[in-house]
Design a protein around this ligand. Structure first.
Ligand SMILES: [Zn+2]
Length: 391
């Protein structure tokens, strides 16, 4: 079980001069290819799911597979919502198992960007989850991802970076210093001096979007100046596409599995190349000792009701499930009724939180306070409630 706190992961990378790959996945071939490469290299990795790719897969359906892959592997993994568009996106991502979220309001004014980012930071931090914000604008030039990021490049400025970080409380900062989303045309001209000055000003793990197409030396120069997370997708998509094209040209199969054969391995080979290039290979064992293990907390209540019928009890439970499951950081609610004959405690709630930080934010959340004060506590006088860290 190696799902770990992403803040600890990136702080380790920042302090030790390497970058963790945040590889965007759009299918199970990507998921398996990325995890297999991380395991071969004994490297930490970030499984990244971009809201701009949600037309390619069902986010709610793919996330249980992503969480299962992260829990099964022995290398340290974080699961990140990439390019979250609003607060509701972040809350949904957290509910489905992301333990890092990006809010991308970089196309708005500085004041609006700060306001929206601050609201996401407040909510995510109340769930124990770190936030990546973006300042400046990384546009798309060419390729599948480019059209998702229209417009002109806006470089991150040092003074705005300082203000943005202070006022929002973000944990990681995505910067615009010359990279582009999608494919590069010619060689990227990267503003290293600007990057160095941003790093000196904010002293936080920095993030590069549009990681595809840089030279080996360019990656190293970025890492030397505080870049600790590199977002990477276009080359993986191109490697997968080239493999399918080669399968077609070989003309040995016309079936889906035949045409897709070798795709996972092609993705995995490209991920492995990046991991070796960015210095994260061989870091897993040391890193894992420096990271909080990311394990849910279970809030358990066993109780009896007095003064209402069984039907009224079921109605209260169903209303509670609907209301309480919308509170940020709640992963799941399971309710039950005793199957024993003795009536010591007849009903139970099991509420799974993404992190122990949610114990407090849930208790104080107005939806919980209203439900507990008006509908639950008046009828559930006899109850035991305990929070468990899952093992
Ligand atoms: Zn991006």
């Amino acid at each position: 079980m190696s799902l770990v706190n992403m803040r600890d992961m990136l702080n380790h990378a920042y302090q030790n001069g390497y970058a963790v790959g945040a590889f965007d996945l759009v299918s199970l071939d990507f998921l398996e290819g990325i995890i297999n490469a991380a395991e071969r290299c004994d490297a930490p990795v970030i499984l990244s799911l971009a809201e701009s790719h949600f037309s390619c897969f069902d986010f709610e359906i793919i996330m249980p597979a992503v969480v299962a892959a992260a829990r099964r592997t022995s290398v340290p993994v974080a699961i990140h919502l990439d390019h979250g568009e609003c607060l509701a996106s972040a809350v949904t991502g957290i509910k489905l198992g992301c333990n890092g979220v990006m809010i991308d309001s970089s196309n708005q004014t500085l004041a609006e960007n700060i306001k929206l980012t601050r609201s996401v930071v407040d909510t995510a931090h109340s769930c124990g989850i770190p936030v990546e914000g973006e300042l400046g604008y990384v546009p798309g030039i060419e390729g599948e991802d480019a059209e998702k990021h229209p417009g002109k490049m806006a470089y991150t400025t040092i003074s705005e970076a300082r203000t943005y970080v202070e006022k929002t409380g973000v944990d990681f900062l995505a910067v615009s210093i010359g990279t582009v989303h999608g494919r590069m045309q010619g060689e990227a001209k990267l503003d290293y001096l600007r990057l160095q000055e941003i790093n000196d000003a904010v002293n936080l793990p920095l993030v590069i979007h549009g990681g595809t197409g840089l030279s080996d030396d360019q990656y190293q120069q970025l890492i030397n100046r505080g870049v600790s997370k590199i977002n990477y997708y276009t080359s993986l998509a191109d490697a997968a596409g080239s493999q399918i094209r080669a399968n077609i040209q070989k003309n040995t199969s016309n079936s889906y599995t035949g045409l897709a054969s070798g795709v996972k391995e092609a993705i995995s080979n490209e991920v492995e190349r990046c991991i070796n290039l960015w210095g994260s290979a061989g870091r897993a064992k040391q890193l894992i000792t420096q990271c909080e293990a990311w394990t849910p907390v279970e809030h358990v209540i066993i109780y009896n009701v007095n003064g209402i019928s069984n039907d009224e009890t079921i109605a209260m439970i169903n209303e509670g499930k609907t209301i309480l499951s919308s509170i940020p950081g709640v992963l799941e609610i399971v309710t039950g009724q005793s199957i024993q004959n003795d009536d010591t405690y007849r009903y139970t709630w099991l509420i799974r939180f993404c992190h122990r930080a949610v114990i407090e934010s849930y208790r104080n959340h107005h939806l919980h306070v209203e439900f507990a004060d008006n509908l639950f506590r008046p009828v559930a006088g006899e109850r035991i409630s305990i929070d468990y860290q899952t093992l």
